[in-house]
Design a protein around this ligand. Sequence first.
Ligand code: ZN
Length: 411
Amino acid sequence: MQINEKQLSQVNHQIGRLLAADNFYGRRLKEAGVSHVDTVEEFLNLPFSEKQDLRDAYPLGLMTCREEEIVRIHSSSGTTGLPVIIPYTAKDVDDWGEMFKRCYMFAGITEKDRIQITPGYGLWTAGIGFQNGCEKLGAMAIPMGPGNTEKQLQMMMDLRSTVICATSSYALLLAEEIEKRGIRDRIHLKKGVIGSERWGEKMRKRISSELGIELYDIYGLTEIYGPGIGINCKYDQGMHYWDDYIYLEIIDPETGKNVPDGEWGEIVITTLVKEGAPLIRFRTHDLSRIIPGECPCGSHFPRIDVISGRSDDMVKIKGVNFFPRQIEEILALFPELSSEYQIRISHLDGKDTMRIYVEASGSYDFKSLQKSVADAVKSRIGFTPLVYVVELGFLPRSEKKTKRVIDERFA
Ligand code: ZN
């Protein structure tokens, strides 16, 4: 998916503004002697930007316009070190709302829907993004925010919510609570818009069948507006993304070079019209691929596959590198297992040990199942984990994101 003429001219406009603002990227361009790009090759020679650059600009160093023009800031999580602060102009907020409205429309949601929003409000881009798009669409927002499951279910029944917006973890928790209470016939949900974490096919099937709803994956990250820059359509063949607002590349995370369409790699995003904090070639570390060809829906917006993980969540154990999703793919081969699992890595008696806890979907011979799973991991990845098959509902449920890999070696 090569950058086109129009996108190149938009990039040049951004380059001019970044140079004038003299922020970290402006200085990087100056050092490289770049004041504009004329060709695809020149664009591909532009330096990347990284999350660390954004952290180093704390608090307001990313600002690329006059301060009077900034109407809002958002912040991304700072589990390590300083948070990242992204300033937005009124146009940025409006553009984000337009993109989000488009997401709802691609999911077939209309002004007649009642949208229950459970992601958090505040510094995060989550709740407020879902809200902004909902109001632009003209649907009825039910701005719950996270938690308080009792009240969530009450409102869901009384207000007859037709759409639920949630993380996949919270959608699963709600589905299980609805099942437990036997109130499914009082729930009117038709669709779920699910964002912000990688989730497997099994979990998807459980949520969709237990709630009887269609599910849509929404993509986005705080550094680039927030959720709402892409979503799948009803044909569910990847997520369309809005190439009139962003230019998206897939690179090989090792070499930094673009990979051909269809091949997996890391998503790199350039904002085309952002004013408050434009970013050029921002490395997201999310892994996906461009889906070549046309979607059956006929939309001209290009597509990426669902996020399969992050380039930085590789785990090394006993000299073997693997991604958590590889374990998930192995677990998915066993129909006796449910969607929920937890991987714990620890250093015991001088050696690294991996324990996999996974919930069964019914009653089986847990012992032989444990051995089959351990054998499958050994043959595919190269080491033998300790496997514990546990009863459904044994593992913790989360209102936000479920932590699936716990590395206790460096604790
Ligand atoms: Zn489509």
